[in-house]
Design a binder for this molecule. Structure first.
Ligand code: PXG
Length: 293
């Protein structure tokens, strides 16, 4: 199955084994580009418009002129899914500065490279069903560093270093603090804590990405009648929360049951997390919440 997949590169579809970009592409040489991870559920591309908006905002900040309108980009994503016969999928949309020379100067890059990969599945956390173990890593998020925060750029070394820390500690995920020592987010997920029925998530001033799943969860939680607060969270509050969970497009909702060897709550998936997971599962399949393939 995998080898029959078609990958979109600059308007053309290439079989997966032949889907290649130049070593002179500045996305490869410098991480000079932006991307989105998007999911489709049963024919609904969840929050596609929001992902496209974020991609274009990221591109605008790094002065990368995407050579397509948003509408053309949406159609290209939908067409890639159709050509691959996929109704449930994980989509990676990448726009790099394009092919240049070995210097940094982006003026040498005449045309951005647009890539759309659609895979039938992505499993980020096999431990999601039983709850994740996590460690707080030494790697920090810097809220004023555009490459690690508001701009969803191709520079993910901080997140990868954090993930390496999790691997070394033999746990599932890493939690990053901001430069003040407040809890920020996971390597590629936003974080929430639940205490006495109140749901709290760190503000973007910590350097946390304004995740599309984060927004969805806030809306679902409020609709279910929970109080949701955005404020700084200390590691102490994290250790002593009743429930902790991570959210992201790839991860969806992942309960966290242990942080730096401290058991969270009862050490199992909490009732509010469970409730949100059930509701999330319905929302992502709602045609009103996305664009139909
Ligand atoms: N924070 C960061 C730093 C992210 O990269 C999220 C939060 C969640 O955002 P959304 O909009 O998806 O709810 C992300 C998501 C992965 C993976 O394998 C995750 C992301 C990118 C690439 C891979 O989990 N970004």
């Amino acid at each position: 199955m995998g080898e029959e997949l078609l990958v979109y590169i600059n308007g053309e579809y290439h079989p997966k084994p032949e889907a290649k970009v130049s070593v002179y592409d500045h996305g490869f040489l410098y991480g000079d580009g932006v991307f989105e991870g998007i999911r489709a559920y049963d024919g609904v591309v969840f929050k596609l418009k929001e992902h496209i908006d974020r991609l274009y905002h990221s591109a605008n900040t790094i002065m990368l002129d995407i050579p397509m309108t948003k509408e053309e980009m949406i159609n290209a994503v939908l067409e890639t899914l159709r050509r691959n016969g996929l109704r449930t999928a994980y989509v990676r949309l990448i726009v790099t500065r394009g092919v240049g020379d070995l210097g940094l100067d982006p003026r040498k890059c005449k045309r951005p490279t647009v890539i759309i990969i659609a895979e039938p599945t992505i499993v980020v956390h096999e431990a999601k069903e039983r709850g994740l173990k996590a460690v707080i890593t030494w790697v920090r998020r810097d809220p004023v560093d555009t490459t690690s925060h508001e701009v969803k750029s191709m520079n993910y070394l901080n997140s990868i270093l954090a993930k390496i820390e999790a691997n070394i500690a033999n746990v599932d995920e890493a939690i990053l603090l901001d430069k003040h020592g407040f809890v920020c987010e996971g390597s590629g997920q936003n974080i929430f804590i639940v205490k006495d029925g109140v749901i709290t998530t760190p503000p973007p001033s910590t350097g946390a990405l304004l995740g599309i799943t984060r927004n969805t969860i806030i809306k679902i939680a409020e609709k279910l009648g929970y109080k949701v607060v955005e404020r700084n969270v200390t590691p102490h509050e994290l250790f002593n929360a009743d429930e902790v969970f991570l959210t992201g497009t790839a991860t969806e909702i992942a309960p966290v049951v242990e942080v730096n060897r401290r058991k969270i709550g009862e050490g199992e998936i909490g009732p509010i997390t469970k409730r949100l997971m059930e509701e999330f599962d319905k929302v992502v399949r709602d045609p009103k919440e996305g664009i139909l393939i």
